[in-house]
Design a protein. Structure first.
Length: 110
């Protein structure tokens, strides 16, 4: 399995709730509506919660997307549908200068 991990910060001037709503109600249907989304095996979005004693995180969401192979991951992210439909929507709710990404192979420890 290959996993893409992405950290996101909301666009300036956008409330946390507006960010959550937009990602769930507008952006997710765009992503899941393209045929290449079939390559995604698992997709998880995590949002910070108040945790006394821990510092405020520097991002508003962590996205984890699992794929069977690098070829499947590339089939999604480098597709014309992703480039033309999904990617342009990111600027509507994400501070694009703050996006962090890693492609990883997961090792389960526990």
């Amino acid at each position: 399995m290959i996993k893409m991990i992405i950290t996101l910060k909301r666009r300036a001037g956008m409330t946390r709730q507006a960010f959550l709503d937009y990602r769930r109600d507008v952006h997710a249907p765009i992503l899941l509506g393209i045929p290449e989304a079939r390559h995604i095996r698992k997709f998880v979005v995590s949002h910070p919660v108040a945790a006394p004693g821990f510092p405020e995180p520097s991002y508003d969401a962590v996205v984890e997307a699992w794929f069977d192979s690098l070829d499947d991951m590339n089939a999604l992210f480098f597709s014309e549908n992703f480039k033309n439909e999904v990617d342009p929507d990111h600027a509507n709710f994400i501070d694009m200068s703050s996006v962090g990404r890693i492609v990883s192979q997961e090792t389960v420890v526990v």
